[in-house]
Design a protein around this ligand. Sequence first.
Ligand SMILES: [Zn+2]
Length: 304
Amino acid sequence: MAENFLLPTGASCCACTGARLRRRSFVALLGGVVLTAGVPDAGAREGVQVGPPSALSKLVSAEQVEQAAARQYSGMLGQASEKRALAPDSHPQVQRLRYIAQRLIPHTYEWNPHARQWRWEVNLIGSKQINAFCMPGGKIAFYYGILDQLKLTDDEVAMIMGHEMTHALREHAREQMGKNTATRGAIELGSALLGLGGGGRLLADMGGQLLTLRFGREDETEADLVGLELAARAGYDPQAGVTLWKKMASASKKSSVEMLSTHPSGPTRISDIEANLPLVLPLYERAARPDRRFGPPAASPSKE
Ligand SMILES: [Zn+2]
């Protein structure tokens, strides 16, 4: 079904946007402290600990960033569709991705209350690239290559999706725009705050880069940890965070992995994930189990 959507696409995307910025103090509570201490701190929440969102993101309007992202996303889908590289709603892998997204989305609201109003979308692009992204406002795309070449399990798909959703929830793109705005001086900054001409132009410029900006290491760590928690709460095994990034590293030895160029992997990525597993495993163990009827693509597409 629908294998002819798998034509190569020139849609050069990659997801997310970057920001390096200040070292966020993410405090990895040692495993199990929250749950096994007997008398949990009344103020403690279960799950991973990350710092507050960046104040720099407030320099530009979330609405404008989301509108720019929606335009970019829709443009990309249009291009993919013209090349017959947009998977139809009936494609089993689209249904799989949308099912997993539906399980994760209710857990995103705690990280960004506006996510309740987002018009979330999930699409599958017929490209061999190993890539996926979630743009500001919840516009998600997976490339067929990441599902097929990495033979991702549902748990691993949930890890990537949670990671990508976190970039949107924690407004890493908006943060980068805020940083760029700050460096352009007070006049443009003022117009950005007011949503006037100069700022609009700036946002238009930045909007064009939403698909290609590179995330910073700190944003990556945050996305890994919050993503782990989102997936665990949705009933996906957080240990898949380890197998996922091992698969990604192994694939990168054989060919280029587009996802790693925009989501740089630090030397401690896997050990950071492992160190945080005790914080999220109890959430996973208590979560309702997802439907497992979908699974990875059955066979590699033969088309180049
Ligand atoms: Zn990332």
